[in-house]
Design a binder for this molecule. Structure first.
Ligand code: TEU
Ligand code: CA
Length: 559
């Protein structure tokens, strides 16, 4: 049932799931793999093709599982390796693939490797990590978790030395100058691929290696190792994919695709904040500029486009004034800020304005790349900025109006985090069950959008050319693939807008609007006038209609 096209990931719609937040099957207040298995029907119904599961390995859970203490197991509270195999079998039988986080850069300080490494300089594992007798090395490397860390070095009283960590001080970096480490992580990868996983979202890959005098990001030797990982995939695991988390400028992300011999996919971090900027400023330039600054990528590669994820809405790829603008417009309350970003979910960021939520999703679903939905954003879930770190955007999925939003049968006090309970975003108003029953809910619209997107490979595989109408509030581009041409138009303004588009190359075509299948007026050699509602958008098929006599697209719609 799986799409066995080697480039399946260029047509796929992805969906990000923290296992702990999705569904609790055994009533302990924590989501688990069995619970996720019970929700595969929903994910199939929604139309997603590939799940990305956040780390489910044994962990002290001080960084929500990104502090791994055992790479070869499933954390007890999530289930067992057998549960994982069952999940993969059931997902695959439904045509859904599953990729997981591979946390390459570091381990938990509770990992046996670190405990052995710190024991003695003579320990065979001592050089699994980056030790130093001074904390003055690699001083050009920035601190990433600025809310909590003052240095990338921490003194270890047992080893009587400093150890290097790019994230929390309880996450010592692995030493990729050590061939044993490089081999050990290749072994971890093979182990999970042998379990049947369809690939990995590789965590924090820019930071794998360190070199004096550099910022210790995106080093050539890092790419050498990442190419080694891809070689293993190509040798023995055809069809599995590697998705890079490289939160860098497009020119610095481009090398992670290599010549089509490194990552299959990479998140487009710089584009993401500019979608929000474009919306707020009502100007297309921040968005178009990002595309004109994004180098082409090899044909077997793909961008992964997103609006939000389990981290803060990162502003690391924004300039000072851009950051100020984003904080001013989207996070006036300092409690919403985390590190260099904003820890809010999509709906609250957009004032719970259904028009804006649809508009931004429409962009991510029609621009070049594969879209990924963050769990709960498809129903417009809210957040809880009172919670620590990034927990506010990681609350239990809201399935019903019932106790614990149908996430768990446990006593509410046992939940790993409280369910969002305010009057706007509480489960009485926001839940899957109600929205599946309402034909015009956000969830039904998301499902419809996914369906339409999957009918046109142009979205995932086509080229993009921007039209530059005089009205700068309207973002218009044409997606082309083989003989298909799709015109996508977005009104970034809070007011209705009229726009004149130069479509003379399509003269004679009568566009069909894809979401409603109505036929628009014929295109002529004159400027084509469109009027858009506030935050309105159109997906128009400009492919010359080869069907029979003049007829309205609607007539072909099954009644
Ligand atoms: O984040 C890595 C990273 O580079 C972060 O700065 C990220 O770019 C930023 O938080 C905005 O997305 C990854 C995981 O996504 C994060 O949850 C972990 O805490 C971190 O690695 C350490 O494992
Ligand atoms: Ca590192």
């Amino acid at each position: 049932m799986l799409n066995n096209d080697p480039l399946w990931y260029k047509d796929a719609v992805f969906y990000e799931i923290p296992v702990k937040a999705f569904a609790d099957s055994n009533g302990d207040g924590i989501g688990d793999v069995q619970g996720l298995i019970g929700k595969l029907e929903y994910l199939k119904w929604l139309g997603v093709d590939c799940l990305w599961l956040l780390p489910f390995y044994p962990s002290p859970m001080r960084d929500d599982g990104y502090d791994v203490s055992d790479f070869y197991n499933v954390a007890e509270h999530f289930g067992t390796k057998e549960d994982m195999r069952k999940l993969l079998d059931e997902a695959h039988s439904l045509g859904i693939r599953v990729i997981v986080d591979l946390v390459l850069n570091h381990t938990s300080d509770q990992h046996a490797w670190f405990q052995e490494s710190r024991r003695s300089p003579e320990s065979p594992m001592h050089h699994y990590y980056v030790w130093s007798d001074t904390d003055r090395k690699y001083e050009k490397a920035r601190i990433i978790f600025i809310d909590t860390e003052k240095s990338n070095w921490t003194w270890d009283p047992e080893a009587k030395a400093f150890y290097w960590h790019r994230f929390f001080s309880h996450q010592p970096d692995l030493n990729y100058d050590n061939p044993a480490v490089r081999e050990a992580m290749l072994h971890v990868m093979s182990f999970w691929l042998d379990q049947g996983l369809d690939g990995f979202r590789c965590d924090a890959v820019p930071y794998l290696l360190e070199r004096e005098g550099t910022i210790c990001e995106n080093l050539p030797e890092t790419h050498d190792y990442l190419k080694e990982i891809r070689r293993r995939i190509d040798e023995a695991y055809q069809g599995r994919i590697l998705l890079a988390e490289a939160n860098q400028w497009p020119t610095d992300v481009r090398p992670y695709f290599g010549d089509g011999d490194e990552f299959h996919m990479a998140f487009h971090f710089p584009l993401m904040p500019r979608l929000y900027m474009g919306l707020r400023s009502e100007l297309c330039d921040p968005i178009i500029d990002m595309f004109t600054h994004t180098p082409d990528i090899p044909d077997n590669c793909q961008w992964c486009l997103f609006l939000r994820n389990h981290d803060e809405l990162t502003l690391e790829m924004c300039s000072g004034e851009e950051r100020d603008y984003m904080y001013y417009t989207y996070a006036r309350d300092p409690k919403m800020r985390r590190n260099i970003g904003i820890a809010r979910r999509l709906a609250p960021l957009l004032d719970n304005d259904r028009r804006k939520i649809e508009l931004l999703n429409s962009m991510v679903f029609t621009m070049p790349g594969s879209p990924i939905i963050y769990y709960g954003d498809e129903i417009g879930m809210g957040d809880d900025i009172r919670l620590k770190d990034r927990d506010g955007v990681r609350t239990p999925m809201q399935w019903t109006m019932g106790q614990n939003a149908g996430f768990s049968a446990c006593d509410p006090a046992q939940l790993y985090l409280p369910v969002v309970s305010d009057s706007v975003y509480g489960c009485q108003s926001i839940n899957v069950k109600s929205q599946r029953e309402m034909p015009h809910s956000l969830l039904q619209w998301m499902k419809r959008m996914i369906e339409v997107r999957k009918r046109f490979p142009a979205f995932g595989r086509g080229s993009i050319s921007f039209l530059r109408p005089t009205n700068g509030k309207v973002l218009a581009y044409v997606r082309r693939h083989e003989d298909t041409a799709l015109l996508i138009v977005h009104n970034l303004a809070a007011s209705a807008q009229s726009v004149e588009l130069d479509l003379k190359e399509f003269a004679g075509v009568r566009p069909i609007e894809l979401l409603g299948e109505a036929r628009f007026a014929s295109i002529t050699g004159s400027p084509y006038v469109l009027t858009l509602a506030p935050y309105g958008y159109y997906w128009l098929n400009l492919t010359p209609d080869r069907s029979g006599p003049e007829s309205y697209g609607i007539e072909q719609t099954a009644l």
